[in-house]
Design a protein around this ligand. Sequence first.
Ligand code: SF4
Length: 63
Amino acid sequence: MLKIHVDMEKCQHYGQCVFEAPAVFHLNDEDKLEYAATADDSQRDDIQLAIEVCPMQAIKFVE
Ligand code: SF4
C-alpha cells in the first residue's frame, strides 16, 4: 500500500498529476485537486510520474 501526500498550500490545481495518475488524482467540479491518500502498489510508476511533472513539487510519497 502506498501513501500519498499533496501539499495543498503549494498545489496550484494545474492538473498535470491527473494526466499521469488518473486513478489517484482528479479535479473536482470546481477544478480543485482531490486525491486518494492511499493507493495500490501497482500505481507506483504512475504516481512517480505525477511527482516528477508537478510544477509545484507538491506531491510526495509518505514513508
Ligand atoms: S500537478 Fe501538482 S500543482 Fe498540479 S494539480 Fe497536481 S499536485 Fe497540484
